[in-house]
Design a protein around this ligand. Structure first.
Ligand code: SF4
Ligand code: SF4
Length: 348
């Protein structure tokens, strides 16, 4: 039954916020495709058997440091080393800067990194929407199976925290970070996709198929990075906040939440699954019913939240660049020596 609310509420259209989020997310995604292509050319250059004596400086400059964002485990090691010894990773500093930006965002702006920046989130988003177009709906895993599956990402997160933060001494981390394997960990990551094994291909295919039918399958059940950011985001003072007096219980917020949260049933969303994507807010038709807010219902304009997301993320990267913590210290000679043997190099 269609709810008629014209005479009860002041209608509002905040769909613009969705388009701003798509614009941010897809700009980052497209930029990373471009960066990935440049990095591919960089690796191709060093993989060639007859490297000509071109300008080493310009080749090194062509390597986009942003690809280090795909090395979150290395970033966790670097983070521990930085906190415990004050040593900032000089091999993949951009990876640590991006990691710090994501943590800072989680502390202040919910899991904003997942909702607004992460390219995997952007891809997941488009895949489940494609699934909904094909089958007319997305499926939901049974409540108990959902709880069990969701714990997987926390188990993976705890595993990495135990192995790296608890067990690995800083001296061992430093030794690993300065070793040949870590120096070309980004190259290994590239080969993971460009020279896929059968197992990798089948695993990615299964994930793709599951993501078609279930919203954000990877993010919801398996991503340990998202699990960590989700737990940190519990500290964020900003939460999606519903005002019962203005709410008309149309359930548009619940129906559209990509994290399957029961927004319409809660006054304040405290879940670590909330990505701060503001999809619920953008769909809410009643002025004053749903907002992103500080405690005591001090609301923030969605546009201000979006600006804060972009400023915090790119501002942290900017500070990293100014502080000289963005470009890798790996030299031309080292790349020339290590990349040709990258495929044979095993984890120490
Ligand atoms: S808070 Fe949710 S249920 Fe209430 S009016 Fe807004 S979209 Fe509808
Ligand atoms: S509650 Fe709102 S902001 Fe949080 S994940 Fe759901 S739609 Fe996004």
């Amino acid at each position: 039954m269609e709810i008629s609310y014209d005479i009860y509420v002041e209608k509002i259209d905040r769909s613009y916020i969705r388009y701003i989020r798509y614009a941010v997310q897809w700009s980052v995604f497209l930029f990373l495709i471009y960066a990935g292509y440049k990095f591919y050319l960089f690796v191709e250059y060093f993989s060639a058997s007859d490297i000509s004596s071109v300008n080493a400086e310009s080749i090194l400059l062509s390597r986009p440091p942003s690809v280090e964002g795909f090395l979150p485990i290395g970033a966790l090691m670097s983070f521990k080393l930085w906190i415990s010894e004050g040593i900032f990773d000089r091999i993949h500093p951009a990876g640590l800067v991006i990691f710090l930006a994501a943590i800072l965002m989680a502390l202040i702006l919910k899991k904003g990194f997942c909702g607004w920046i992460c390219p995997v989130g952007a891809l997941s988003d488009i895949i489940w929407k494609l699934g909904r177009k094909i089958s007319g709906r997305n499926f939901r895993i049974h409540r108990y199976a959902d709880y069990t599956l969701r714990s997987l990402k926390y188990i993976l997160m705890l595993f990495f925290i135990y192995v790296i933060v608890v067990k690995m001494p800083p001296s061992a981390i430093l030794q690993f970070l300065e070793g040949d394997y870590y120096k070309i960990a980004d190259v290994k990551m590239l080969y993971f996709f460009t020279e896929m094994t059968k197992v990798t291909f089948i695993t990615l295919l299964i994930l793709f198929l599951l993501s078609i039918f279930y919203k954000n399958f990877w993010c919801r059940y398996l991503c340990p990075y998202g699990a960590l950011l989700g737990l940190i985001s519990l500290c964020s003072p900003l939460k999606i906040t519903r005002n019962e007096d203005a709410c008309i219980h149309c359930e548009k917020c619940t129906d559209n939440c990509p994290s399957l949260l029961p927004v319409e049933k809660k006054n304040r969303i405290r879940s670590p699954e909330c990505t701060g994507c503001l999809t619920c807010v953008s769909h809410c038709p009643s002025r004053g019913a749903l907002d992103i807010a500080l405690p005591r219902k001090i609301t923030l304009k969605p546009l201000i939240f979006a600006v804060m997301i972009v400023t915090l993320f790119f501002g942290t990267i900017g500070i990293g660049k100014i502080a000289g913590k963005w470009k890798s210290a790996v030299t031309y000679e080292e790349y020339k020596r290590i990349i040709p043997q990258a495929k044979l190099l095993e984890h120490p």
